[in-house]
Design a protein around this ligand. Structure first.
Ligand SMILES: [Zn+2]
Ligand SMILES: [Zn+2]
Length: 215
């Protein structure tokens, strides 16, 4: 499996292209902006795009869905608790003065514990509300990978002062994810990659969470 990061748009969001080279199939995670660039990355991979997975529905993660769907009519997977954010994308964008093309409706509802596939590779869905009510992360235990959205960043965590954020839910979600395999490689929605272990050791926002997770 090959994962490439494409940092796009005014919010410098990381869109991930996950390719199973054995089956030449790919999924896009959070196509947030710069649709033409993301489409070029899909074409360059040589793989067939089979789905769009969303960690959550803030505008910086959904702004290129419409452009991608015009070329690849693949299903969109999103947790239904983010539907209010998804529908208010244009309104969110106007508040920031950004151009925005509203995405078509999501096709499939993510749920905690779901198993998603790209080719022969499997990802487990963990519903991790807090930053957004329908926020999910995608874990590939087999390849040691976590697509973390805006839950966890290198040295920081996602904001919980936004509309529909929930700081208490965020604390629970972080505790759950920090209890996963420490060697997991974390690919966040913004900034550089890291590992669970590294964040447990160094992330100033997680000291309390780490103690809770460790009992
Ligand atoms: Zn966000
Ligand atoms: Zn974001």
């Amino acid at each position: 499996m090959r994962v490439t990061s494409h940092t796009v748009g005014a919010f410098q969001e990381n869109c991930y292209l996950v390719v199973d080279e054995a089956r030449d199939e790919a999924v896009l995670v959070d196509p947030g902006a710069e649709g033409e660039r993301i489409l070029r990355a899909v074409a360059a991979s040589g793989a067939r795009l089979t789905a769009i997975w969303l960690t959550h529905a803030h505008i910086d993660h959904i702004g290129a869905i419409a452009a991608v769907k015009r070329v690849h009519d693949v299903p969109i997977w999103m947790h239904p608790d983010d539907q209010p954010l998804y529908e208010r994308g244009a309104w969110q964008a106007a508040a920031y003065g950004l151009p925005f093309e509203s995405p078509p409706p999501a096709d499939h509802a993510l749920a905690d514990g779901d198993i998603l596939r790209v080719g022969d590779e499997e990802f487990r869905v963990l519903h991790t509300p807090g930053h957004a009510p329908g926020h999910c992360v995608f874990e590939s235990a087999g390849t040691g990978l976590l697509l973390a959205g805006d839950l966890l960043f290198a040295g920081s965590i996602g904001r919980t002062d936004l509309p529909l954020s929930d700081p208490r839910a965020m604390t629970r979600s972080l505790a759950r994810v920090m209890a996963l395999e420490p060697a997991l490689h974390v690919h966040p929605g913004h900034g550089p990659a890291t590992t669970i272990w590294r964040e447990l050791e160094t992330n100033p926002f997680l000291n309390g969470v780490a103690r809770v997770a460790g009992g």
